[in-house]
Design a protein around this ligand. Structure first.
Ligand code: DGY
Length: 321
């Protein structure tokens, strides 16, 4: 059987590729911490049957037009807003993502971010490092309680449910808003389905875990932040484009909401000069939701399994839509 050509847009460990060397001829962008330049991507995809790409790569019309032999795009992420799925469909190119393998890891990080923001963990760490700790005092770095508060989860997919399970362990009251109702989650987790507006007005923690689509683009806008409680904490671990960053900045600065924990930004990476970083009540992370070594390896493995299964004629394991 002739080996299929696969282009990998970032350096990944050779030992993960090893089991597939018989089936594929791989070529790869050899840098680990730098995305492949656009012109290199466009050149490299010309003769390939498959691409293993990251969320930093825009796989759009231009790429599909170049990649005349392309059959499958394996995205190393559960979110796939970096891929023009309609353009892929029109050319019968299969797109796969990495659901399930990252659910618990991403939920851990989301809850860690919620806790760090509520209890001012990062600020407290900085406080000691800057040698500002002179004494114990009643309200020194006092934050917000988490236990028995109300969490509002926007986007009750797999990760939303996993966050809800953690919230249940903290005795939280769970509200959620989603495209469709999740009856099992309601039963298992005592989660209550509410409208987006009700969630915004009632939640102490508003947690965004919804995929980025044309419907969710900037759903967290000025009006949304205005509806939240003044004591509300906003957490975003999905995609930065779900929020209007300027509106968030203004809401935080004006004290319309209390704090924010962000793992994602409208344009990534952000620089140290980003306005949100001026604010003490914001905890920012560099999009590390799924970043445990084991999970990142599992995500890569799932991409490779998708490619392997598809090209053996057994179909992709986790195609999108
Ligand atoms: C995803 O998978 O979509 C995350 O944002 C990166 O792990």
């Amino acid at each position: 059987m002739e080996k299929q050509h696969i282009y990998i847009t970032r350096k990944i460990p050779n030992e993960l590729l090893q089991p597939y060397q018989e089936q594929f001829h791989f070529s790869m962008w050899e840098k680990e911490s730098e995305p492949v330049p656009r012109e290199v991507l466009l050149e490299k995809v010309e003769h390939v049957a498959g691409i293993l790409c990251l969320l930093t790569d825009q796989i759009d019309e231009e790429v599909f037009n170049k990649a005349k032999h392309l059959q499958l795009v394996a995205n190393m992420a559960v979110g796939y807003d970096n891929i023009d799925v309609e353009a892929a469909k029109a050319r019968q190119v299969v797109v796969t993502n990495t659901p399930d393998v990252l659910t618990e890891t991403t939920a851990d990080l989301t809850f860690a971010l919620l806790m760090a923001t509520a209890r001012r963990i990062v600020e407290a760490n900085e406080f000691i490092k800057k040698d500002e700790w002179k004494d114990w005092s009643p309200f020194l770095l006092a934050g917000s309680d988490i236990h028995h508060q109300t969490i509002g989860i926007v986007g009750m997919g797999r990760i939303g449910e996993a966050v809800a399970r953690r919230a249940k362990g903290f005795g939280m009251n769970i509200l959620y808003y989603n495209r469709s109702r999740k009856m099992e989650a309601e039963q298992e987790l005592d989660a209550t389905y509410v409208s987006f507006e009700k969630l915004l007005t009632e939640a102490d923690f508003v947690v965004c875990l919804t995929p980025l689509t044309s419907d969710t683009h900037q759903i967290f806008n000025k009006q949304a932040f205005e509806k939240m409680k003044q004591s509300a904490i906003f957490i975003n671990a999905s995609r930065g484009m779900t929020m209007d960053e300027q509106a968030l900045y203004e809401a935080l600065k004006a004290g319309e909401i209390k704090a924010a924990g962000l793992d994602v930004f409208a344009t990534e990476p952000i620089r140290a000069s980003h306005p949100l970083l001026e604010l003490d009540n914001v905890v920012c992370l560099p999009h590390i939701g799924s970043a445990s070594v084991a999970t990142r390896e599992n995500m890569i493995k799932l991409c490779l399994e998708n490619l392997s299964s598809y090209f053996k004629g057994h179909g992709a394991k986790t195609p999108v839509e």
